[in-house]
Design a protein around this ligand. Structure first.
Ligand code: ADP
Ligand code: MG
Length: 263
């Protein structure tokens, strides 16, 4: 099968095996997936099922062993050179000696934007994540949730259409996470980004996604792909509705099926 041109990310029979001293680790095995423009796709599964590896292959931080993958119709390497994506890591990964605005400016400096353009983009992205007024603060002066929003602003600063987010809210308490989930959905709608989002949380995956990819380990593979039937307008209360609980149930079943396979 060939990759679909309209897909932002298209994977066919994608495999990645790490060679380790203990022998090969099959991190991704025959992954078939299409992420379309404007999708919000969550990847959910137990530790070690290849979620981070998959994002890293998209980002050209790891090379596939076999199969096909395209990003915006290009090889991951060409997509990286074209700055096709922004990446948000599990920890905010902000430089403590740089202010928030200087942290966001860093990739822009590297890309050679002039000072005026940098300032414009910093102001725009801080506004998108509701951090206007915090540009002169240092990361340690912000709460964990605010730091993570600042790292999202940094990933948005060069306005790539694709945002890769690896458990961005995993270390935050549930109340902060709920709030950030709501904000992220609004941001996604306002910006028309395509988002690939890794999470361990079933409610988070169901609340955010247009598509949920359930994965299972040893070897890392996709066990279910669920197209969400929820409306795009999603107040937090939607999590109590039968429709939401039904999707959550299917995710849980998919996770369980993957688990029993392993035993
Ligand atoms: P997840 O993000 O779903 O927890 P990862 O993609 O990080 O899973 O890892 C998938 C599998 O590959 C795991 O078994 C992990 O130990 C292994 N792995 C990840 N990175 C490397 C690496 N650089 N070298 C060797 N093995 C790795
Ligand atoms: Mg991971």
């Amino acid at each position: 099968m060939t990759s679909s041109a309209s897909s932002v990310v298209s994977a066919r029979n994608l495999c990645l095996t790490y060679d380790t001293n203990d022998g090969p680790v099959h991190a991704l095995s025959n992954v078939d997936l299409d992420v379309r423009k404007g999708d919000f796709v969550s990847f959910i599964g137990p530790s070690g099922c290849g979620k981070t590896t998959f994002l890293r292959v998209i980002a050209d931080l790891e090379r596939k062993s076999s199969g096909d993958i395209t990003v915006n119709g290009m090889s991951p390497e060409d997509a990286r050179k074209a700055r096709a994506y922004g990446y948000v890591f599990q920890a905010a990964a902000l430089y403590p000696w740089r202010t928030i605005e200087k942290n966001i400016a860093l990739p822009l400096e590297i890309m050679g934007y002039d000072k005026a353009e940098q300032a414009k983009r910093i102001a725009q992205t801080l506004e998108l994540v509701n951090l206007s007024g915090f540009e002169k603060k240092f990361p340690w002066q912000l709460s964990g949730g605010m730091q993570q929003r600042a790292s999202i602003a940094r990933a948005l600063a060069f306005d790539a259409d694709l945002l890769l987010m690896d458990e961005p809210f995993g270390a935050l308490d549930e109340i902060v996470r709920d709030h950030l989930n709501e904000q992220l959905l609004k941001l996604w709608k306002r910006t028309n980004k395509t988002i690939c989002f890794v999470t361990h949380s079933i409610p988070e995956a169901v609340y955010l996604s247009t598509k949920i990819v359930v994965m299972s380990p040893r070897p890392g593979r996709v066990t279910d792909i669920i197209e969400s039937t929820l409306p795009t307008e999603r107040p937090l209360g939607i999590r109590e509705t039968p429709e939401f609980l039904e999707i959550a149930h299917r995710v849980r079943e998919g996770l369980r099926a993957g688990h029993s396979y392993e035993e």
